[in-house]
Ligand binder design. Structure first.
Ligand SMILES: NC(=O)C1=CN([C@@H]2O[C@H](COP(=O)(O)OP(=O)(O)OC[C@H]3O[C@@H](n4cnc5c(N)ncnc54)[C@H](O)[C@@H]3O)[C@@H](O)[C@H]2O)C=CC1
Ligand SMILES: CC(C)CC(=O)C(=O)O
Length: 365
């Protein structure tokens, strides 16, 4: 991989490699764009097959955060971290504290939170070393685990997409195929079950499947079979790139709406599902609930205010669908347009001589 060439192609600002021999920390912080504000995005801990795969994941996820934060109306830029390691075996206090010191060294250009493989407890350890971390324990007056709020946002966005596809936003009786029933998807299944949807689930973790079957009467299928099941809605809630050349011909769903980041393997796959008439709720618009929630901590956390904003994901998805129809473009392009236009508007309206000079954290009461 030619790193600078890749960074130049998508205009990345910074890539930070963190190595701490004592704790075994190997982390990559990617900062994509800070036009709107400091880069906020979670920390993923994962067993990457190669260093190149980890770098690429950090870069792709960071860029997604720029678009997510912009489309959600947040005054935040986009960044993300990946820690190379097995979250079941390689975590330690030393590792997260060492990582916290690297974040502190960036002096507010990057603020972290949870992602796949990291928890509130991990964020609390990072917080021992830096204030540039969100999603820490409610005991600190913070917002805690973002996953249930992300799930609520996905549920709201799914309803907006269902309205477009089925003429009603009721999910009662709808069959929803959920890929991955981890932190976000478990809470999503709860909302769907309570509304009377029927659930089909898959996960590579058998305990996660068992829990969904027991708690929500979900039907379980093999991980490879989830794409082709008879359903109304496909909800990708595991890792990215599950909308691709292999899976698209299998889809029976009329709506794709889930929490996973980077769901399209490539933009051409967004065009393909558009041509098939599938209503696609763009990933970074529908899954913004978590970041909206943790970002509220920067103003002094108020859960009511945060949830009200998250509810607005319904309108955001409806708006993206409206732009797509108006301009006759796929929804993923409409979402990109929304985000890019906001970033450009803010870039152009900023004056070098009239900046407020305060870090966003200084607004915390
Ligand atoms: N946690 C949050 O607040 C947010 C999460 N997301 C994204 O949503 C997705 C899920 O996040 P979490 O629920 O936090 O993660 P998680 O790690 O709790 O859940 C992911 C689940 O997917 C399963 N899985 C992995 N590969 C699979 C496969 N091939 N087939 C079926 N299942 C598979 C895992 O076993 C796990 O149970 C991720 O892509 C994450 O980046 C996005 C925004 C916010
Ligand atoms: C988990 C969120 C709090 C932030 C993030 O990294 C995301 O939305 O993907």
């Amino acid at each position: 991989m030619e790193i600078f060439k890749y960074m130049e192609q998508y205009d990345y600002e910074q890539l930070v490699f963190c190595q701490d021999k004592q704790s075994g920390l190997k982390a990559i912080i990617a900062i994509h764009d800070t036009t709107l504000g400091p880069a906020l995005g979670g920390t993923r801990m994962w067993t990457y097959a190669s260093e190149e795969e980890a770098i690429e994941d950090a870069l792709r996820l960071a860029r997604g955060m720029t678009y997510k934060n912009a489309a959600a109306g947040l005054n935040l830029g986009g960044g993300k971290t990946v820690i190379i390691g097995d979250p079941r075996k390689d975590k330690s206090e030393e590792l997260f504290r060492a990582f916290g010191r690297y974040i502190q060294g960036l002096n507010g250009r990057y603020i972290t939170a949870e992602d796949v493989g990291t928890t509130v407890e991990d964020m609390d350890l990072i917080h021992e070393e830096t204030n540039y971390v969100t999603g820490i324990s409610p005991a600190f007056g913070s917002s805690g685990n973002p996953s249930p709020v992300t799930a609520y946002g996905v549920y709201r966005g799914m309803k907006a997409a269902a309205k477009e596809a089925f003429g009603s936003d009721s999910l009662e009786g709808k069959v929803v195929a959920v890929q991955g029933v981890g932190n976000v998807a478990y809470s999503l299944c709860k909302h769907l079950h309570e509304e009377g949807a029927q659930l089909i689930v898959s996960d590579i973790n058998k305990d996660a499947v068992r829990r969904a079957v027991e708690d929500f009467h979900a039907k379980a299928v093999d991980p490879n079979d989830i794409y082709g099941v008879e359903c109304d809605i496909y909800a990708p809630c595991a890792l990215g790139a599950t909308i691709n050349d292999v899976t698209i011909p299998q889809f029976k769903a009329k709506v794709i709406a889930g929490s996973a980041n980077n769901q399209l393997r490539d933009t051409k796959h967004g065009d393909m599902i558009h041509e098939m008439g599938i209503v696609y709720a763009p990933d970074y618009v529908i899954n913004a609930g978590g970041v909206i929630n943790v970002a509220d901590e920067l103003y002094g956390y108020n859960s009511e205010r945060a949830l009200k904003k998250v509810e607005g994901i319904y309108n955001n998805i409806a708006r993206v669908i409206e732009i797509a129809k108006r301009d006759n473009i796929p929804t993923y392009k409409a979402a990109d347009r929304l985000a890019e236009e906001r970033i450009e508007r803010m870039r152009n309206s900023r004056s070098q001589f009239l900046q407020n000079g305060h870090h966003i954290l200084s607004r915390k009461s």
